[in-house]
Design a protein around this ligand. Structure first.
Ligand code: DAH
Length: 352
């Protein structure tokens, strides 16, 4: 019995020394020390041996078992180390090489792209692009824009106030930058203002944060006809083709007269029909699509910046504002504005 134990030992040691991988070692561990291994069976059968043999055989078998376990551990550590260095050497990556397949670079978000498109047209018309703060004073967001006290837009359900301070808020539109621009630049002034605005509103066509582009043109002899021409130029560039623009009377506190402006539908070319008897689903058969608000800047607004050369008796001009998401939705047939901000690349990737 003792001889057999020694045989097992040398057999196992030989096999372990010859093992070429950690996987092979694991097989050997099962073979020599596993539940069905000879040594294990032998240890289990010790109770059946004659009394005088039990001690010797038991201690010999246990010693061999421990020795083999140690050997296995040592070899495993060695093999593991060399396997790691081999896999590191094989898996070396040259990070300066182009990917395989080359990974496409990302692209601008549709909202950014639409905003830049509008900026580009306006720059072509001689406008400057400026920005203003998103956390704004009541003065710029409302007061200097001729919002009389008690105007509904000042009410809490529309406006996010900051730290319960009634004077500080998240701007509800980009119009406050009109005042900021006029405070820093004497007339004539031609600026476009892209940016984020905030309102307590959320559904398929409203998001608490959205984007607007504002336009402001003040100088001598600027008229509503100039506004019309500017909008025709801008909307034609965005929606393509020879678009027409119409203005409908409206009300905004900071313009007088105020209008809402529509662009002729780019899907049915303003006819309201896609085919004879088939109503255009984009403009709902009307032929026009509402785009934004505009008007001649109210003399009261100029009065707030009169000290910087904006004498309402001498200069005048127009302003307009529109939502970027709405334009992008119309242009690309996106049914839900919130998809722009889910950041699902399957959605965003469609708008190259
Ligand atoms: N600020 C308005 C809004 O968010 C849009 C607007 C209307 C802007 C008329 C203007 C304007 O500059 O003249 O609803």
């Amino acid at each position: 019995m003792l001889k057999r134990i020694e045989q097992i030992k040398s057999e196992a040691e030989g096999a372990i020394a010859a093992a070429g991988s950690t996987a092979e070692l694991e097989e050997l561990r099962v073979r020599f020390l596993g539940r069905k291994a000879e040594l294990t069976m032998l240890l289990r059968g010790i109770a059946d041996l004659p009394q005088e043999e039990r001690g010797k055989v038991g201690s010999a078998a246990n010693r061999v078992r421990q020795q083999l376990e140690l050997k296995l551990e040592e070899c495993a550590a060695e093999l593991e180390a060399s396997e790691i260095s081999v896999s590191l050497a094989e898996g070396q990556v040259d990070v300066t090489l182009p990917g395989s397949p080359t990974h496409p670079a990302g692209h601008l978000h549709l909202i950014t792209r639409t905003t830049r498109q509008i900026e580009d047209v306006m720059i072509g018309l001689g406008y400057r692009v400026i920005e203003g703060p998103e956390v704004e004073h009541d003065y710029y967001n409302f007061t200097a824009l001729n919002h009389p006290p008690g105007h509904p837009a000042r009410m809490l359900q529309d406006t996010f106030y900051v730290q319960s301070d009634p004077e500080v808020l998240l701007r509800t539109h980009t119009s406050p930058v009109q005042i900021r621009a006029m405070e820093t630049q004497a007339p004539p002034i031609f600026v476009v203002v892209p940016g984020k605005v905030y309102r307590r509103d959320s559904d398929a066509t409203h998001s608490p944060m959205f984007h607007q582009v504002e336009g402001l043109a003040i100088g001598e002899g600027i008229t509503l006809a100039d506004l019309q021409g500017t909008l025709v130029e801008m909307l034609g560039a965005i929606f393509g083709g020879s678009r027409q623009v119409r203005m409908r009377p409206h009300f905004f506190p900071f313009t007088e007269p105020s209008v809402e402006f529509d662009v002729s539908c780019f899907l049915c070319d303003g006819s309201g029909q896609l085919a004879v008897g088939e109503r255009c689903n984009l403009c709902k058969g009307i032929g026009w699509i509402e785009v934004g608000g505009a008007g001649m800047v109210d003399p009261n607004v100029l009065g707030f910046v009169e000290a910087n050369g904006y004498d309402p008796e001498k200069v005048q001009g127009f302003a307009f504002g529109m939502g970027v998401e709405r334009i992008a939705m119309l242009r690309h047939g996106v049914p839900d504005l919130r998809r722009f901000f889910d950041n699902d690349v399957r959605v965003l990737g469609q708008f190259l």
